[in-house]
Ligand binder design. Structure first.
Ligand code: AMP
Length: 217
């Protein structure tokens, strides 16, 4: 199955992607994770992307597109994939359509939009903590670690990502409204959009997404 997950930062895309990856048996491709990995490894892409990410701006389309093109060519994508955080602009969405058409392995089948009011998103992102070791996500209120400030999985210290600081959160939300929200109409017109209430408990949100995907398969 070929699915893209849309939603403002903090709408639960990362959490839902992990559940969906296991349930659908397709790789989870997060553009944010791929970019953070490139930054951590100090690659050319990482060095070019870092400033944009730290300011909460979008990384230029050509850089992101090259990265996604390469990832989709990997063997584990033969049976489908789950895109998280990509596409994020109309230009990216159009480029993705062209890329999939050229590859001939089938186009996008579903676009799931997680709807969460922007005020809720500020609270969610402000409390988010990330493991500096394995990247696992926590929330000081909704999903705290067993021991304060320490990852349950690998024991490394939890950190606040630079792009989860308040000023950056507001910048990212503005970018979402201006550049990503127009994608909802783009996919709705093509009959691909499945809207899901992202404010419910995570397990209910997953259930709703799986139902939406089943209904239209
Ligand atoms: P995320 O973890 O998806 O919120 O992404 C973190 C940051 O990575 C974003 O604030 C952007 O700077 C960058 N980023 C992730 N995905 C994209 C994309 N599709 N296009 C441009 N920039 C992106």
């Amino acid at each position: 199955m070929r699915v893209a997950l849309l939603g403002p930062p903090g709408s639960g895309k990362g959490t839902q992607s992990e559940v969906l990856r296991d349930r659908l048996g397709v790789p989870h491709i997060s553009s944010g994770d791929l970019l953070r990995d490139a930054v951590a490894r100090g690659t050319e892409l990482g060095r070019a992307a870092k400033g944009f990410m730290d300011r909460g701006e979008l990384v230029p389309d050509d850089l992101v597109l090259g990265m996604i093109r390469e990832r989709l060519q990997a063997g584990d994508c033969n049976e489908g994939w789950l895109l998280d955080g990509f596409p994020r602009t109309l230009a990216q969405a159009e480029a993705l359509d062209r890329l999939l058409e050229n590859e001939g392995r089938g186009g996008l089948q579903h676009v799931v939009s997680l709807r969460v009011p922007l005020e809720d998103v500020v609270v969610r992102l402000g409390g988010r903590r990330t493991c500096g070791g394995c990247g696992r996500l926590y929330h000081v209120k909704f999903q705290p670690p067993k021991a304060d400030g320490t990852c349950d999985a690998c024991g490394a210290a939890l950190v606040t990502r630079r792009d989860d600081e308040e000023a950056t959160i507001r910048a990212r939300l503005g970018v979402y409204e201006r550049q990503t929200a127009p994608l909802l109409a783009y996919y709705s017109k093509r009959g691909l959009l499945r809207e899901v209430d992202g404010t419910a408990a995570p397990s209910n949100v997953s259930g709703e997404i799986l139902t939406a995907l089943k209904d239209r398969r």
